[in-house]
Design a protein around this ligand. Structure first.
Ligand code: DLL
Length: 434
């Protein structure tokens, strides 16, 4: 099912025409209303009248999270505060949070865009949708809530109640779709097992997960443990919240809502746009936002664009799943590593649980990566020290063979690594004091 065929299936020419019209309107508005953009455009000698084609977008300056922090809370809003009817904030994982203001129209668009996300993974008015995202100042809970109501689903705002309660609700209310972070879904799956509840006793069919990087292997694990189809969706509070891009039934890349966001992928060093298909940092320009329009916003997220005709019928371009954030990238022994690459490897190894942490230490000027992993108590040699030692070495070698880096492996007892509480999980502990 497609929520809005008129926009999700536009021809390339029509889409471009729409994008350029909306871009020009946005540029005129921000130049007039936001002093940050007036100064930035003047400084970079940008004449907004001369931005006539999409390719001209590269003439425009970038907006960074730092720019937003400096304008905290309201200086980059493009409308008077009386027109702002909701304020959310980014989650602040990478520093001081940013205030995001929505006009009535912004909220309408947001609901519409998230409705596309829900519809693309098969959620409809027939579903009982359990939203296990925090209902708070961050965008996830409310973003999904209004969209799920919009499509007529029965919405269960379970927020971040503990996993046992989530399961009780799921069972009693016959939830068919679970929305959460992937790490929380995994935690719920483990508790389900501990409670000896078979997934077939639930009515769950669909999982829609996002807000943090996750690997294909983690998707497989969650699907197997909960007996569902799991879908990825991506978003950022500064841009809107959830609703930026989403998987369809093909589950091969996330369609970007290009009628609302113009996407580019740039090289993080030269800051030049990269050709289609190359991996770099995602940059988005909002073209319908009224409260907080952003021009060439550097997300810090690493991905690439896929140009292929999708079997689902949508013509919106797709991006690969986000492998990580530039600020989560670990440079070790000259290699650039994201936690999701480690996860992909770990989850292929039998006998370890999908609970891990990456600890960075500095010893004699050298960076050391320690991977702390929970062993499963079901492995047959759980109590045999020598075999555990061999197991540890085999994990280390496996990582070396795949990523070319030497790591230390620390095996820990089951259930000793902190579980997701519904919010974003912290995978990296950096003790290097740098
Ligand atoms: O996480 C919005 C959201 C909520 C998206 C629920 C999807 C589902 P922030 O708190 O501002 O907004 O965090 C945005 O989270 O820059 C990425 O680094 C990361 N992120 C979000 N979705 C994904 C995903 C919400 N599907 C930051 N895969 C982004 C990987 C993701 N990373």
């Amino acid at each position: 099912m497609i929520y809005s065929k008129n926009y999700e299936c536009l021809s390339k020419d029509d889409l471009e025409q729409l994008q350029i019209e909306r871009l020009q309107a946005t540029l005129n508005r921000v130049y007039e209303k936001v002093s940050f953009y007036k100064n930035a455009f003047d400084k970079n000698k940008v004449n907004v009248e001369k931005i006539k084609a999409l390719k001209d977008i590269k003439e425009l300056p970038f907006t960074t999270k730092d720019d937003l922090r400096k304008s905290y809370p309201y200086d980059m809003f493009a409308v008077p505060l009386r027109d702002i009817i909701r304020i959310h904030s980014s989650s602040g994982t990478s520093g001081k949070p940013i205030a995001v203001g929505y006009t009535r129209n912004d909220l309408k668009n947001w609901t519409h865009l998230v409705a596309r996300v829900l519809t693309a993974c098969g959620i409809s008015s027939q579903d009982f949708v359990q939203i296990a995202f925090n209902y708070s100042i961050i965008t996830a809970g409310f973003g999904f809530h209004y969209a799920a109501e919009e499509i007529g689903a029965s919405v269960i705002p379970s927020s971040v109640e503990d996993a046992q309660k989530q399961i009780m609700i799921m069972k009693d209310y016959k939830t068919t779709a679970l929305l959460s972070t992937p790490s929380y879904a995994l935690h719920i799956a483990h508790i389900l097992k501990e409670l000896n509840i078979h997934p077939e006793e639930l009515s769950l069919k669909i999982g829609l997960f996002g807000a943090e990087p996750w690997s294909e292997n983690l998707r497989n694990q969650i699907e197997n443990q909960l007996h569902i189809n799991a879908y990825d969706n991506y978003g950022i509070s500064e841009l809107i919240g959830p609703g930026v891009s989403y998987e369809c039934e093909e589950r091969n890349g996330l369609h970007i809502n290009e009628d609302h966001f113009i996407v580019e992928v740039i090289d993080t060093k030269s800051l030049k746009p990269l050709p289609l298909g190359e991996t770099g940092e995602l940059v988005f320009t909002t073209i319908t936002k009224e409260g907080l329009p952003l021009i060439r916003f550097r997300t810090g997220d690493i991905s690439s664009l896929i140009e292929e005709k999708c079997k689902c019928g949508r013509t919106l371009i797709k991006m690969k799943r986000v492998s990580g954030r530039t600020d989560d990238m670990i440079i070790i022994e000259g290699a650039n590593i994201f936690p999701s690459q480690i996860e992909e490897i770990l989850l292929q190894i039998e006998g370890i649980e999908p609970h891990y942490q990456i600890i960075l230490e500095r010893e004699e000027g050298k960076d050391i990566m320690i991977i702390k992993i929970e062993v499963s108590d079901s492995i047959p040699f759980f109590d045999e020290l020598k075999k555990l030692e061999d197991f540890k070495n085999s994990i280390r070698d496996h990582i070396y063979n795949k990523l070319g880096i030497s790591v230390k492996v620390l095996l820990v007892e089951p259930r000793t690594i902190a579980r997701s509480s519904g919010n974003k999980i912290k995978r990296i502990i950096d003790n290097r004091n740098i």
